[in-house]
Design a protein around this ligand. Structure first.
Ligand code: MG
Length: 457
């Protein structure tokens, strides 16, 4: 297989991703399983998966490899990624999640979890890659091979963990009416169960585990949530909630049917939970509203490169209370150091109950910023584009820790090559939608011009 010839990195920003039986074959998955089983010193490894049709095939291949290294598998079944991470955390055992998050249904993936419930850091993934390429697998004798134990209480432990972080009694008294769109994903039963335990009356959409995601695209963007938006627009709901495929993210629709950007939810939760002296971690791609909110609340804001695992790690190092990304991935430290869709939903309901306010009213208290996101195909080396942008922005303050962020008089623009696709992502932020869009378009045109110029040479 191509992957084995060139010693290319196998793990990306969020584990190994690929198309089953194309680049993600059962043979490859089994060898990754052998590498994982060799790497982890613990005798037991928890495993779970999302609803994808290819989940059992990849799960069985990976678990077979792990068992051949003499490790026992705890099969948690279909669960949200954060529920699997929580199980790892409370039992102090490593884990593996078979998921491709929000990617289209033809993909799947393998993600490793450390015994503290966080995504495995890059340097440890590199050791697993080394075992894979060097074929230094532990091979147990027949009487030492691992077995599978079916675990049925992981979801119960997870829901109890989430409930513990909020004032469930206060939420129950509000009897919220919630529409929830599971998008056929991993939280199809756990999030409705959580909402009911919080006293909500719940109407579900697409809450069947359909591994082809036939109801909607798994990425929780407004254009993919038209049904949910329509349902909530009826005026009969206090809130709409949707997850991505593995439910580590949550996005919200307010009672008027308005889609709330992940950035705004993050700002809102940060504003309502920080106390003076707290630390907050977010990547350079999230809004300046975060700076304003943290300054007003006496909290310290720490910016990182883009990527949720990095935010989690930084939160642990800096003992931060809360962190997250602009896409609806929120990390609540008192619960666990990973993105968690159900925890995010519970925090929003908790805030609505505490303030006896609708989401729309709460949002009106957040400083208004807009982020406009565009992308363009990458046709030349990133270094050429980078030089062109730095030349264009000479004299302006820039940050090149991850792509290029240019600070403008009335906002900023972040340009970075995607880690998974041959595209350049462009984020423009300003106080108005029109200006944010103009900034993003200006840099999109600039990049296209740089690329045309370079390819004409
Ligand atoms: Mg996800």
């Amino acid at each position: 297989m191509k992957r084995s010839d060139e010693r290319l990195p196998l793990f990306g920003t969020n584990g190994i991703r690929g198309e089953p039986n194309a680049d993600l074959t059962p043979d490859f998955a089994m060898q990754i399983g052998k590498s994982i089983g060799t790497y982890f010193k613990d005798g037991t490894i928890a495993m779970g998966r999302d609803t994808r049709d290819t989940g059992p095939m990849i799960f069985n291949a990976v678990s077979s490899g792990i068992m051949s290294a003499g490790k026992e598998i705890l099969d948690l079944g279909i669960l949200p990624t954060p529920a699997i991470q929580y199980y790892c955390k409370i039992n102090r055992i490593p884990g593996v999640v078979i998921t491709a998050s929000h990617n289209p249904p033809r993909f799947n993936g393998i993600k490793c979890i450390a015994a503290d419930g966080t995504e495995l850091p890059r340097n440890q993934e590199e050791i697993i890659e080394g075992i894979y390429y060097d074929r230094t697998f532990i091979q147990a004798t027949w009487n030492n091979c691992g077995r599978v134990r079916i675990i049925t209480d992981a979801v119960e432990r997870y829901l109890a963990g989430v409930m513990q972080q909020v004032n469930a009694e206060a939420i129950r008294t509000q009897e919220f009416r919630v529409a929830f769109d599971a998008g056929n994903g991993a939280a199809y039963s756990s999030t409705p169960e959580l909402l009911r335990r919080l006293g909500c009356s719940v109407v579900t959409l697409n809450a069947n585990p359909d591994g082809k995601f036939t109801s909607r695209n798994s990425e929780p963007k407004p254009e993919n949530l038209k049904d949910l938006i329509n349902v909530v627009s009826s005026g009969k709901f206090d809130l709409g909630i949707a997850h991505d495929g593995d439910a580590d993210r949550a996005v919200f629709i307010d009672s008027t049917g308005h889609f709330v950007d992940g950035d705004i939810t993050l700002s809102l939760i940060v504003k309502s939970t920080i106390k003076p002296g707290d630390r907050v971690v977010t990547p350079i791609s999230s809004s300046d509203a975060m700076d304003e909110i943290c300054a007003a609340g006496g909290a310290e804001l720490i910016r990182t490169r883009v990527g949720a695992p990095l935010v989690s790690r930084t939160m642990i190092e800096k003992k931060a209370k809360i962190g997250g990304e602009e896409n609806g991935g929120i990390i609540y430290g008192p619960h666990q150091y990973c993105r968690d869709g159900a925890m995010t939903a519970a925090l929003v309901l908790n805030l609505m109950a505490a303030r006896k306010s609708g989401l729309k009213e709460l949002i009106s208290e957040i400083p208004e910023y807009h982020i406009h996101k565009l992308s363009t195909d990458r046709k030349v080396e990133w270094e050429i584009i980078k030089r062109g942008i730095l030349g264009y922005a000479s004299g302006m303050k820039t940050d090149t820790s991850d792509g290029i962020k240019v600070f403008l008089k009335d906002g900023w623009v972040l340009v970075r090559p995607s880690g998974t696709e041959p595209i350049i992502r462009i984020y423009g932020e300003s106080r108005t939608f029109a200006r944010a869009r103009d900034i993003a378009q200006e840099y999109q045109a600039l990049i296209d011009g740089i690329q045309e110029g370079a390819s004409a040479l």
